[in-house]
Every structure is written in structure tokens, then in C-alpha cells.
Unconditional design. Structure first.
Length: 427
């Protein structure tokens, strides 16, 4: 496979690390429709922070927005987003558009591999027909299709593309074996060969669905323990002393995976007439958490004799998880919007979020430290390393007076070091 050429379609959080890893052994064409993104990558700039400038400069990837450059690739890997719409239904526009783009340059003998998260059956039911229609070729005869679900964990320095076991599946056993050899040549953690594309699709979508359900349980426990006036973090710390207790924590569930993937599975379930009660209930509960937190904050402000239209709340962190710039499906945004509906003035700080992107997508602006007003409440919404390191020493000066309080949503601050005059609570 020394002369193998690989194309990667979609150079975001998933596609770029894939392209960089393969470029260590193969010629790689990295394609994206975003010309600004291509220009930045050519300059060694990765705004997702997943690949260092040094690695980008040293790689041999041909970055391009010209799809014809993919035409002589032996493998074309599609790694585009698979979001949901406002009704929580799969938005297949990106993956189907990418399929059409690839189909227009597809040559006989090419193997097209999907890494995007989908529901079981989507690759064969939706994507292959698009490939065939626009290429005028027949899948399984003129070209072949495989599936290898992405397992990228943004912001995680330990679990990277090469160090996470890869699942692969192809239309035939031969294609599955070829994919196992291809991915196995760069993935040191090994490759698992799934018996079918649908099995591989299902395996991926339940990985995040399982996490969603477990976090929903923790959120429900947090709601219960709040009524019982018991600290949830203390309960979980005690329970975690048992060897088989699962270490999940309550919090806001956003992002492009946990807060999205379950809806792909529920959509497929509904298509076959099955009602996935636990999955839907978990989603409903997790989606309700921004409202719950906002209402609890409002009640405390009122109890502290604060006028809501004069109250100031500072929110620390607006990305969907710690130490990444990704703001997709950030539930902190919903929390901010809910507080603003009460007339509260909300200030936002985040060392990772791109201000222009934040404003374009959500209409939210970042507040510079020099103009930051002391607040009636400070919400630590995202456990960015910077916030944890500055801890109470950084947060206490942000508070207006002794009636001000801190909301540490995920319990990331060390409460044993909390100043005695500071009031705080967490989920």
C-alpha cells in the first residue's frame, strides 16, 4: 500500500487529525469547502487546536477546496458533521452534499469510507444511492463503500486518533480487510472488524447514547439531592469508593456528540415503530438542565433582594467542553438566553471561544476583563483549566458583595479552599 493516496473530505475536529495521521505514511489530499479554513491550514493554523502548528507545517497534506484533486485517490474518507435541526431530527445535508461532491469525481475502484456518526442503515440507505446517482457507477461492482466511525475526543491530549481502537466495516469481507490494514497501519491501538456496516454504525451511535443516559441519571440525582439539601458531589465522591461505580457527573450536555447522537438513534427507532423511552427521557432531562439552573439562580437572586433587571451575572466558559474552542450545541448559550429573558445583564468570558464565531452563531459577545463589572453571581459553566488554576482567588474579586454567590455547575472548584464569606452551590 506504499503508493496509496488518501483523500479526506471535511477538515474539522475529526477530518484534520485523520488526514495528519495518514500523511505520515501516505500521500493525502485534504478537502474542505471552507476556503478560509484551507487558507489557514496552509499557513499552519488550526483553529480547533487539535493539531499543533509544528505538525501542520511538517505534514505532506495537499490542502484544497478543489474537489477534482480527489479524483485519483484510492480511498476517500468522508468526515463531515452530522448535526440535528431545530426539531431534533438528523440534518443530513452535510453528509449527502459531501457524498454528491465525491460522486462527481468518483472513479472505478475507489473505496469511499464514512466516518461521520449516523444511525444504523444510513450509509447504505442514503449515502450509497447518492454516490451511484451522481457518479453513474454501481456500488459493490465499480466502487466500494466502508464505514469507520470517528472516535475523536476534542481537547483530549491522551486519546488521539492513533491511540483509540478503530472499528471498520466494508460492503464485503475483502473491503473490511483492506480497511483494517489501512487503518491498522497508522492506528497503534488496533482495529476491530465489525461484521457489517450497520453494526459499525450502531456501535458508534450507542457509545454516546450510553453516556447521555448515564449523565441524565446523575442530573436527576442532582435535582433530587437539591430537594433533600444533600450535596451531590459529596454523594458521588462517597459512591465512587466502590470499585464498579461508574464515574459520571451531572452537568450541561451539549456538543456535537452526546447531545446529538441519541437523536439519530431515536429517529431510526421511530422509523421502525419502536419508542425508545429511556433514551428520549434522558434527552429530555438533559436538555432541561439550562432552564433548571437559570431558575435556581433567579430564585436565589430574588431571595437576596436583588432586582432582576439590575442584576449582573458573569458566566465563565461558553464552549461545549473544557479547553476547546468548539461552541457547537453549547448548552451554556441556552443558560445565558434564559437569564437574559429575566432581564438579567449577563457578562461572558472564555479564553478559548472565538468572539466572531460566537457572535455570528449566537449573538453573544465576550466581555473584556477591563470592562467586567462585579457581579451578583458568577457561574463557572465550563471547567477550563485557566478557571480551575485561578480558582477562588480569581473568582472572589468578580463578586459584588457578601450577597453575591458562585454557581460551580460541574463542581470543578475545590470547595475546601472556598473563602468563608463566599456562598456557592453546584449540581
Amino acid at each position: 500500500m506504499n503508493n496509496t493516496k488518501i483523500g479526506v473530505v471535511g477538515l474539522g475536529y475529526v477530518g484534520l487529525p485523520v488526514a495528519v495521521s495518514f500523511s505520515k505514511k501516505y500521500d493525502v489530499v485534504g478537502f474542505d469547502i471552507n476556503e478560509e479554513r484551507i487558507s489557514e491550514l496552509r499557513l499552519g493554523i488550526d483553529r480547533t487546536n487539535e493539531v499543533s502548528p509544528e505538525k501542520l507545517v511538517l505534514n505532506k497534506i495537499q490542502f484544497t477546496s478543489d474537489a477534482t484533486k480527489l479524483s485519483d485517490c484510492h480511498f476517500i474518507i468522508i468526515a463531515v458533521p452530522t448535526p440535528i435541526d431545530e426539531r431534533n431530527k438528523p440534518n443530513l445535508t452535510p453528509i449527502l452534499a459531501a457524498s454528491q461532491t465525491v460522486a462527481n469525481i468518483l472513479r472505478p475502484g475507489t473505496i469511499v469510507v464514512y466516518e461521520s456518526t449516523v444511525y444504523p442503515g444510513l450509509t447504505e440507505e442514503e449515502c450509497i444511492p447518492v454516490l451511484e446517482r451522481f457518479s453513474k457507477l454501481v456500488a459493490g461492482r465499480d466502487f466500494f463503500v466502508g464505514y469507520s466511525p470517528e472516535r475523536i475526543n476534542p481537547g483530549d491530549p491522551h486519546h488521539k486518533f492513533e491511540t483509540i481502537q478503530k472499528v471498520v466495516a466494508g460492503q464485503t469481507e475483502e473491503i473490511t480487510e483492506m480497511l483494517a490494514v489501512l487503518y491498522g497501519s497508522v492506528v497503534t491501538a488496533g482495529v476491530h472488524k465489525a461484521p457489517s456496516i450497520q453494526v459499525a454504525e450502531a456501535a458508534k451511535v450507542i457509545e454516546n447514547t450510553q453516556r447521555d443516559v448515564n449523565i441524565a441519571l446523575m442530573n436527576e440525582l442532582a435535582l433530587l439531592f437539591n430537594e433533600l439539601n444533600i450535596n451531590t458531589a459529596d454523594v458521588l465522591k462517597a459512591a465512587n469508593t466502590k470499585w464498579n461505580f461508574l464515574d459520571f457527573k451531572p452537568g450541561l450536555v451539549g456538543g456535537h456528540c452526546i447531545g446529538v447522537d441519541p437523536y439519530y438513534l431515536t429517529t431510526k427507532a421511530e422509523q421502525v415503530g419502536y419508542v425508545p423511552n429511556i433514551i428520549l427521557s434522558s434527552r429530555k432531562l438533559n436538555d432541561s438542565m439550562p432552564d433548571y439552573i437559570a431558575e435556581r439562580i433567579v430564585k436565589q437572586l430574588i431571595a437576596n433582594n436583588k432586582k432582576l433587571n439590575e442584576a449582573v451575572v458573569t458566566v465563565l466558559g461558553v464552549t461545549f467542553k473544557e479547553d476547546v474552542p468548539d461552541i457547537r450545541n453549547s448548552k451554556t448559550i441556552l443558560l445565558i438566553e434564559k437569564l437574559q429573558q429575566y432581564g438579567i445583564h449577563v457578562q461572558v468570558q472564555d479564553p478559548f471561544a472565538y468572539e466572531e464565531e460566537l457572535f455570528v452563531h449566537y449573538g453573544v459577545t465576550l466581555t473584556p476583563s477591563v470592562t467586567l463589572k462585579q457581579a451578583d453571581a458568577v457561574i463557572v459553566a465550563v471547567a477550563h483549566k485557566q478557571f480551575i488554576e485561578h480558582s477562588w482567588e480569581g473568582i472572589q474579586p468578580m463578586l459584588k458583595d457578601n450577597t453575591s454567590f458562585v454557581v460551580d455547575i460541574k463542581g470543578c472548584l475545590d470547595k475546601s479552599k472556598k473563602p468563608s464569606l463566599v456562598t456557592h452551590w453546584n449540581l
